[in-house]
Design a protein around this ligand. Structure first.
Ligand code: AMP
Length: 467
C-alpha cells in the first residue's frame, strides 16, 4: 500500500514525501481512507505506531477547503499532557508546512493571552489539554460550535489522569454533526462507555497486538528484597554488574521513590537525574536535554513523566518497581530497543510483586527469564545479593549497610524529609493504590497534570517532537 492509494490531496502527498515517509504504517493505512470519507474512527494504537500522522494527514486534506473564523476553531485535538500536545504541534509544522494553517496550542502553565490572540485570529487547528480548553470556553474566549473534526488522543491516559469528566463535557459542547477520531492503546470499560456515547458508527482500526514487545529487547527479571533500602542496594548492584550501559532509564512507580532513588544513586557516585511530574518545566527540559546529550547516564523517571518521549538511543531500562498496570511494562521497556537497536530491560521483582509480574507475562504472552548476576554480587562484602529471597530477615551487616545508607541519603543535599524515607520503609505503605485510583482522588489530575505546572514549549527541543 502506498500513500497515494489513500485518497490524500496532492499537497499532503508532497509533504509526506518531504517528511521522508515512504509507506503508510498500519494505523495510517487503516484509518486515513475512512477519515477522508468523514467517518468516525476508533483507533487502537500505541505510541510509535504512527497514529499522529493517521489523524494529522486527513485533517490537512480536509482543511484545504474552507476558512477559520475568529474564535471559532475548525478542528480540535485533545491531548493528556503538554508534551504530547507540543509533539502534535510539531507534526503539524512539518507535515502541514505547505498549508499555511493557523495552529493554536492551548496548554496550561503558559500565559493565556498569546494563546488567546491566535484564537481571536481564527484557528484552523486547536491542540489542547482539556483543562486549558475549558478555561478558554468558560472565559468566553472560544466557541466550539464551528468544530468539524475532533481528535481524542491517548484516551486511556486521559482516564488515568482523571480527565474523563472534562472530555465528556467537551464532547457535549461540540456540534453533533462533527467527525470524531478517537485513539487509545487500551480499551478499559470506562473508555468503551465513552466511545459508545460519543462516536457514531465508528470504523474500528486495530493495528498492534496490545502486549507486543520488540524482539530486539533482552528482558530479564531480578529477584529483589522487599525492604526499601536493600532494594536500592540491589539496584546499585545490578547497575554495577551491567558494564555495557550507555545510558538508562530507571522507572519507579511513585514520585517519592523517584526523588529518593535519584539522591541515593548520586550519593553512591552514580551519574543520575530525575524526571517526574512535580518538577517545573525548565527543570524537566534541562534534565531531558542532559540525558539526551549523555551528560546524565541514569534517568530516574515515573511513568507519566516519561510517556511518549522519544529518546532514540537508550541502551537499558531498569524497572525498580514492577509496574502495577501490565501495559505500563510494555511502554517502559519500549523506551529501549528502538528502531531495530538492541536494548536491555531488567525488572526488579519482590515476592510481593509477583502478582503484577504474572499479569505482565500474560499480557506479553511469554515468560521473562530470571537474571543470574554471577560472582560479582556474592563476592562484594557487606552487600546484599540481588537474588536474596525477600522473605529472609536481613543479616546484621546488611541492616547496618542499609541504615548507613538512609543516613547518607538523609544528609545529602535536598534530602527528603525523614517521613518520606519512613513511608518507603513501611511494608504496609510500600504498595499503595495508585493515587488516582483511591476513591478520594477519582477525577483528580495527578502527577504531571497539564494545567498545574508550567511547561513552556517555545524552545521545545527536537527530541520532544517525536515519539
Ligand atoms: P507516532 O506513533 O505518531 O508518535 O509516530 C512515531 C514516529 O514515527 C514519529 O517519529 C513519526 O515521525 C514516524 N512516522 C509516522 N508515520 C511514518 C511513516 N509512514 N513512515 C515512517 N515514519 C513514520
Amino acid at each position: 500500500m502506498n500513500f497515494s492509494d489513500l485518497g490524500l490531496s496532492p499537497k499532503v502527498l508532497e509533504a509526506i514525501t518531504a517528511a521522508g515517509y515512504t509507506t503508510p504504517t498500519a494505523i495510517q493505512a487503516g484509518a486515513i481512507p475512512h477519515a477522508l470519507q468523514r467517518k468516525d474512527v476508533l483507533g487502537l494504537a500505541q505510541t510509535g505506531s504512527g497514529k499522529t500522522a493517521a489523524f494529522v494527514l486527513p485533517m490537512l486534506s480536509m482543511l484545504e477547503s474552507g476558512r477559520a473564523r475568529a474564535r471559532m476553531p475548525r478542528t480540535l485535538i485533545l491531548e493528556p499532557t503538554r508534551e504530547l500536545a507540543a509533539q502534535v504541534q510539531e507534526a503539524f509544522e512539518s507535515l502541514g508546512k505547505n498549508h499555511k494553517l493557523n495552529v493554536a496550542l492551548l496548554i496550561g502553565g503558559v500565559s493565556f493571552e498569546p494563546q488567546a490572540a491566535k484564537i481571536d485570529r481564527g484557528a484552523d487547528v486547536v491542540i489542547a489539554t482539556p483543562g486549558r480548553l475549558l478555561d478558554f470556553f468558560e472565559r468566553g474566549r472560544l466557541l466550539m460550535t464551528g468544530i468539524e473534526m475532533l481528535v481524542i488522543d491517548e484516551a486511556d491516559r486521559m482516564l488515568d489522569m482523571g480527565f474523563v469528566p472534562d472530555i465528556e463535557r467537551i464532547c457535549k459542547l461540540l456540534p453533533f454533526t462533527r467527525q470524531t477520531m478517537f485513539f487509545s492503546a487500551t480499551m478499559p470499560p470506562e473508555i468503551q462507555r465513552i466511545t459508545a456515547q460519543f462516536l457514531h458508527n465508528p470504523v474500528r482500526v486495530e493495528t498492534t497486538a496490545r502486549g507486543s514487545t520488540v524482539d530486539t529487547i533482552i528482558q530479564q527479571l531480578v529477584k529483589t528484597p522487599h525492604d526499601a533500602k536493600m532494594k536500592r542496594e540491589a539496584l546499585r548492584q545490578l547497575l554495577r554488574t551491567q558494564t555495557n550501559v550507555k545510558n538508562a532509564i530507571v522507572f519507579a512507580n511513585r514520585k517519592t521513590t523517584v526523588a529518593l532513588l535519584e539522591k541515593s544513586l548520586k550519593t553512591h557516585g552514580f551519574n543520575a537525574g530525575a524526571l517526574h511530574g512535580d518538577m517545573d518545566q525548565s527543570a524537566r527540559l534541562k534534565m531531558l536535554t542532559a540525558f539526551r546529550n549523555n551528560e546524565v547516564t541514569y534517568l530516574i523517571a515515573s511513568d507519566v513523566a516519561a510517556r511518549g518521549l522519544d529518546i532514540p538511543e537508550v541502551s537499558h531500562v531498569f524497572n525498580f518497581d514492577v509496574p502495577i498496570h501490565a501495559e505500563d511494562y510494555v511502554h517502559r521497556i519500549g523506551r529501549t530497543g528502538r528502531a531495530g537497536r538492541e536494548g536491555h530491560a531488567f525488572t526488579m521483582v519482590t515476592k510481593e510483586e509477583t502478582k503484577y509480574l504474572k499479569a505482565i507475562e500474560t499480557l506479553i504472552s511469554k515468560e521473562i527469564p530470571w537474571f543470574e548476576s554471577g560472582a560479582a554480587v556474592e563476592d562484594t562484602p557487606g552487600l546484599v545479593d540481588v537474588r536474596t529471597s525477600s522473605s529472609r530477615r536481613p543479616r546484621k551487616t546488611e541492616r547496618r549497610v542499609a541504615e548507613s545508607e538512609v543516613k547518607a541519603v538523609s544528609k545529602s543535599e535536598n534530602a527528603p524529609p525523614p517521613k518520606q524515607i519512613e513511608a518507603e520503609r513501611s511494608p504496609k505503605k510500600e504498595r499503595p493504590a495508585r493515587f488516582e485510583q483511591r476513591p478520594e482522588n477519582r477525577n483528580r489530575k495527578t502527577d504531571d497534570a497539564p494545567d498545574d505546572d508550567s511547561f513552556h514549549t517555545g524552545n521545545m527541543p527536537a527530541f520532544l517532537t517525536r515519539r
